[in-house]
Design a protein. Structure first.
Length: 205
């Protein structure tokens, strides 16, 4: 159930998005609210910092051009913005034909309470081993990890954004983390803790 505070945030952002069409300060406020989340999501899926910066800039350029198309009645602004971000990254990957990967510097950044993956990577004696595990994941798995740990979306929000069922999102995330866990002989507790968080968030609005 959505709290009054959460509802208030959504309504505020909807109002800002409407104002941003003709009021630059409103667009600037949205930019500051979402830049870090968008950048971190893009960074989960891109092979280097420069590309992530360029694509993030492109996302906000497209936002500026398309802001007038946002319809508040169709859902939260954040979900609409991340649809633009996903399409931007997907287009880049299709064009470049590159195998994207999560870099060490991103994994060393803290992301609120969901730091299990990052801590596990930092604890590894050889970070290269961890990167090899990530590189072995499919694009869909990296996309879902980015939405979960960079964009901080719930499983339900990820399902709405990707078109997958909520149960499918939970299964894919669980299996992906289980697969990563198998690459760690002595680091299971951190990743198991992270999986438990995912299971507890499954079905949460």
């Amino acid at each position: 159930m959505m709290t009054n505070d959460t509802s208030s945030v959504f309504e505020d952002e909807k109002a800002l998005a409407v104002q941003a069409v003709t009021t630059p300060p409103a667009y600037t406020e949205l930019y500051h609210r979402y830049y870090s989340r968008v950048f971190n999501y893009v960074r989960y899926r891109c092979e280097d910092l420069a590309t992530a910066e360029d694509l993030t800039a492109l996302v906000f350029e497209r936002l500026l051009v398309r802001i007038g198309a946002y319809c508040p009645d169709r859902g939260p602004f954040g979900a609409w913005l991340f649809a633009i971000a996903r399409n931007t990254v997907n287009g880049h990957l299709r064009t470049a034909h590159r195998h994207s990967w999560i870099s060490i510097d991103l994994l060393n950044q803290r992301s609120g309470q969901d730091v299990g993956l990052e801590e596990a990577a930092i604890q590894k004696e050889s970070a290269a081993d961890f990167l090899k595990l990530i590189e072995g994941l499919g694009e869909r798995e990296r996309d879902l990890l980015g939405l979960k740990f960079a964009a901080h979306f719930t499983n339900r929000q990820i399902a709405e954004l990707t078109g997958l069922s909520e149960s499918n999102v939970g299964v894919i995330l669980y299996r992906t983390l289980s697969r990563l866990r198998k690459g760690f002989v002595n680091k299971e507790l951190t990743l198991v803790s992270l999986e438990d968080r995912m299971e507890s968030s499954h079905g949460r609005a």
